[in-house]
Design a protein around this ligand. Structure first.
Ligand SMILES: [Zn+2]
Length: 114
């Protein structure tokens, strides 16, 4: 029996956001990039083997982006790096924590004065 196989997409939330933004700017030269759809056969081992068996053909649709200016091709994963807090975000978080501590100390001081 020939397995019908599995066809599908697999995106992270940030990848979907990038796809839906419609603004594909080349990270190398800043040129406009074109979206290309292609399919790739993916090893079944990356999936839950209790659901997809060894003889399944797993076809995964993927997107890549080709720059119209320099011709460079980027995979979607390359353009959407895994979410990391930038040093700026960390700095702002630290400032908010300090303000909160000061506010608590102030209210305690004011409370002891009254
Ligand atoms: Zn480019």
């Amino acid at each position: 029996m020939v397995d019908p196989g599995y066809k599908g997409y697999s995106f992270t939330l940030s990848e979907l956001k990038y796809l839906r933004s419609g603004k594909y700017v080349c990270p190398r030269c800043g040129g406009q990039m074109e979206k290309e759809k292609y399919s790739a056969e993916v090893s079944h081992e990356v999936f839950d083997t209790s659901v997809i068996h060894a003889n399944y053909t797993v076809t995964q649709y993927k997107y890549r982006f080709r720059c119209g200016s320099c011709g460079e091709v980027f995979e979607l994963e390359e353009l959407v790096p895994p979410k990391k807090h930038s040093p700026m975000v960390r700095k702002i978080t630290r400032v908010i924590v300090i303000i909160a501590i000061i506010a608590v100390l102030m209210s305690v001081m004011i409370g002891s004065l009254l």
